[in-house]
Write a protein that binds this ligand. Sequence first.
Ligand SMILES: NC(=O)c1ccc[n+]([C@@H]2O[C@H](COP(=O)([O-])OP(=O)(O)OC[C@H]3O[C@@H](n4cnc5c(N)ncnc54)[C@H](OP(=O)(O)O)[C@@H]3O)[C@@H](O)[C@H]2O)c1
Length: 341
Amino acid sequence: MKKYNVAVIGAGVVGIEMLRVLKQREFPVNTLKVFARSARDINVDGRVYSVQSITPDGFNGVDIALFAGTEGEKGAAVTYASEAVSRGAVVIDNGADFRMDPKVPLVVPEVNAADVKKHKGIIANPNCSTIQMVVALNPLHKKFGIKKIIVTTLQASSGAGIRAVEQLKEETNLIAQGEFKSVQVQAVNKYMPQQLAYNCFPHIGSFVDGDYTNEEWKLVKETHKIMHAPKIKISATCVRIPVRTGHSESIYIETVKPITPQQARKILANAPGVVVMDDPKNNLYPMPKDAEGRDETFVGRIRQDAFNKKGLWLWVVADNLRKGAATNAVQIAECVISNSK
Ligand SMILES: NC(=O)c1ccc[n+]([C@@H]2O[C@H](COP(=O)([O-])OP(=O)(O)OC[C@H]3O[C@@H](n4cnc5c(N)ncnc54)[C@H](OP(=O)(O)O)[C@@H]3O)[C@@H](O)[C@H]2O)c1
């Protein structure tokens, strides 16, 4: 079997998960480089990886570059993705920099794996909250036609990176020591817009058009692009909650054809990457603590809207670092190598 020279860019929460996923999925790795801003050794599940300080020439000989660095003007992908491509690598980027570029495929393999073939060097991994939503909704869209989605996300601290996880820990410890006054807790708040421990806030990203946040617009625009369904009306509210890892979503859909919970459960039970956990009488429904470390998207609380036979409610949970980031990126890399055979 052919093996590939792989680079992981970023050694934060997603980069570390990427190293785990590559190993667990037995990705055919020949050489593995890990790049970040600063060089050091990191220990992931007992294996020590040597992290190198990133340089353009570090990409010489790399076949597949999995970017999990920071976004934006001075971020890893904007600075180094084209350097990697010009040296022959296929870049799979976890950030938002290229997602809406019409020349860059935006891929969730369970939904639009065929789009991988259209790449010109860069393939984008969608936002974590978009990935789990389209994995759950695309099978229903194919059968019943979705015309409207209203989604409220409840997003874990790790969705905002390693500093947010540390902030949640610090705040929680401070409160456990008896520092209950928010003002004191907020003294350790250097990263998130609000206190996160013992709190939640409807503010992820920055406020932009129409007083939605850019995180909320990602759910709209990325879903349109991945599902090739630009006419679906989508409204999102994104909420940060004090969970370590695992995003939850309360989703309402309106379909063209009438849909029942029984039909939806049957379709989702056979859908790729989906696990239906829906037995409310026995208190069975998905929760982030159970999704942590798993690659599937979990769906429960499937119920008819009380006033609309074409309306359905679902509760969707997935690990934002796995299916929401690292697993999806490695699955895209698997598509790249299977297309090259
Ligand atoms: N967290 C999630 O659930 C999630 C889900 C989907 C997508 N994403 C995206 O995945 C990316 C990584 O997120 P994260 O949560 O893992 O962030 P993170 O924990 O903050 O880690 C960021 C990593 O990127 C490295 N880095 C930053 N700028 C760099 C540069 N210019 N060159 C090379 N490396 C650089 C940092 O290096 P140092 O360690 O040396 O500082 C750090 O290791 C982001 O684009 C994020 O939007 C995250």
